[in-house]
Design a protein around this ligand. Sequence first.
Ligand code: ADP
Ligand code: MG
Length: 388
Amino acid sequence: MKLPARILLLGSGELGKEFVISAKRLGCYVIACDSYSGAPAQQMADEHETLDMLDEDSLRHVVSKHRPDIIVPEIEAIRTEILNEFEDSGIQVVPSARAVNYTMNRDKIRDLVSVELGIRTASFGYAESLAECVDTASLIGYPVVMKPVMSSSGKGQSVVHSQSEIAKDWEYACSGMRGDRQRVIIEEFIDFEYEITLLTVCQKNGEVLFCAPIGHRQERGDYQESWQPTYMTGEALLQAQRIAEKVTSNLGGAGLFGVEMFIKGDEVIFSELSPRPHDTGMVTLISQNLSEFDLHARAVLGLPIPQLEIYGPSASHVVLANRHARQVAYEGIEEALKVPGVDIRVFGKPTARPYRRMAVCLARANTLEDARAKADSASKAVTIVYTD
Ligand SMILES: Nc1ncnc2c1ncn2[C@@H]1O[C@H](COP(=O)(O)OP(=O)(O)O)[C@@H](O)[C@H]1O
Ligand SMILES: [Mg+2]
């Protein structure tokens, strides 16, 4: 690859923003796309485009206009079918068109991992109507988790405790669905001890690398805090790495993946994966010599990663908005940053809505408990000021 490369970034949220910073530090030229203008990554990029990324013609148009060497999808809501076409025309799709296609829909990746690769997952079934939900859920046994096959960040997802609740949860799933398929996955509820994200780096020339496992806590199916390294038994970590390597090597390509797994004792249960930096992986902005964004950039560009070092116990905690507003400002950042080892990333999102992630607080300390406490206090010190 001739450097610097021209990168077309599809999706310009906070993860895209950090990726742009990493790529630009390596001299790349970045064109950042999103459905609205002024999105976080667009603020960092050389050029930006505002388009509906579910629309094939709009995607073809920006690709032919900018002639990128590399297309880096940052979000799932992309018309992924045409990524094959771009790949066939010689553009590098990250990590690969196959990986993006498989992970866009929960059913496709789940069938691949569970049925074809024989990896342990929660028991599951699919449903396309309320009647099918009732049948599938009673086969699996309550409680079950219901999720639209196309959705992210917990949208449309719920835990169904009994048949009397299922109609309301099906309604909720239908309202949270992206795309045109009315289909849900119904999963056995796993009473896990803890869950992890294993950041897995697939290189063009070199072995698969693993970051230290990241622990996290979710609410409403959305990440609230993460910490690294999370303690795992040697046996569980080895199993997790084997699973991550098996799935990512099947999907193919170069880049960083976030592999989510549930842990019960020494048992590792695959949940899902992102073929790109993971939100819980924002902790690596403070924990490692190379963040997940730096690692993604290096892997994508085929650059060496000779050393991957974790500095010590670290944590991240999100700052969420709690209402709609057309403008936002922040107070308390000064307070948050007074504490040694604390840092913050304000995403620069122009507007707010309930639960929208606006910033993340980062912390490093001598113990995980202290790092988590510091990140938590920092997130509480920051106040969002809303303007209508
Ligand atoms: N089968 C399950 N059993 C128990 N908890 C689950 C299950 N599926 C999801 N969860 C919880 O919900 C969170 C979000 O679900 P996930 O499938 O990762 O959706 P998303 O794509 O929105 O991140 C998980 O991180 C986990 O905490
Ligand atoms: Mg997830």
